[in-house]
Ligand binder design. Sequence first.
Ligand code: SF4
Length: 368
Amino acid sequence: MTVALAVASLESIREKVEANVRLDLEDGLALLESDDLLALGELADLARRVRGGTDEVFFVQNLYLNQTNVCRVKCKFCAFAATQRQEQAYTTSTGELVEDALRQRERTGFTEIHMVNGENPHVGLDFYVETTRALHEAMPDVHLKLYTASEIHHMTVLSGLTHEQVLRELQEAGLGSLPGGGAEVFAERVRKLIAPGKEHPDFWFHTHDAAHRLGIPTHCTMLYGHVETYEERVDHLLRLREQQDRTGGFLAFIPLAFHPENTVFERRGWRHTTGADDLKMIAVSRLLLDNIPNVKAYWIMMGMPLAAVALHFGANDVQGTVVREQIFHAAGAVTETEQKIEELVRFVREAGRIPVQRDTLYNELRRW
Ligand code: SF4
């Protein structure tokens, strides 16, 4: 009975997709409840094409930085943060950070710096503004994708300024866009369970709204695979879609699978999401988010073989060739990065798609 209902729902969803009609909450639930993975993939790929998608698959070459892991929030899913007194705590000075980035730049041609941090209560807004300015002055042609909405909110707490005022200061210093982190799952029930110290989701939206109105594009994410229900997943996606209707500044959506290692969830027996769930989330994201042009298969998290399959489930971006994905692990970054470009190109081609290297704003830099 359940299967028959799901099949019937998929048929009505197909009709909507073919007619380019917006899907709703019930459609989202029917998609998540379906076990017909191949049908989901086919529907999502159809939706991508109906909305103008081509065979191009994008990636960017970027450098990941984390200036400080000191954080006041203590999210239960996080294995990165430390308190100031813990041995593994670090806060890198602006000078050291810039020198390090310049050294990496000499060896690799990254066009983007992606940096997120803990919410460090021991530094002020100046720390962030000076870092942004110094990175921009040292590498004016590199796009600076810095600071999650949670960090921007933290800066308003530190400075007493509004979200818009903080963003203006950072923009003037050279900020190019915001990454999508800090969204987690917007439902209050989930936030209370996994991130009770984090700000209300309204602040996440307020930050992205303000950024879009200032002409700062942003990204959006969902951290799935822990305590959230299907309803809460769909609700999260629909809230993002509503925001995009209002301001149109999201460049891409990135579904992030929860990894329980070294968190309290690992001790409680949580396991990784399955590949089937990851593919389902890519497909459902593409189907529901009809106004966000790009859906990323984050290969660093999924692994490249599954990310290549995700290209047939609605994804059109495999994120990037990441220089030093593990923070401050400098060894072997150059060779590894160059190999990864070739590897990405090979995977994309073997999926029957055209690899296109892009900049952060999806301008084409090179194609194979
Ligand atoms: S705010 Fe970010 S760095 Fe801090 S605990 Fe939460 S996820 Fe970790």
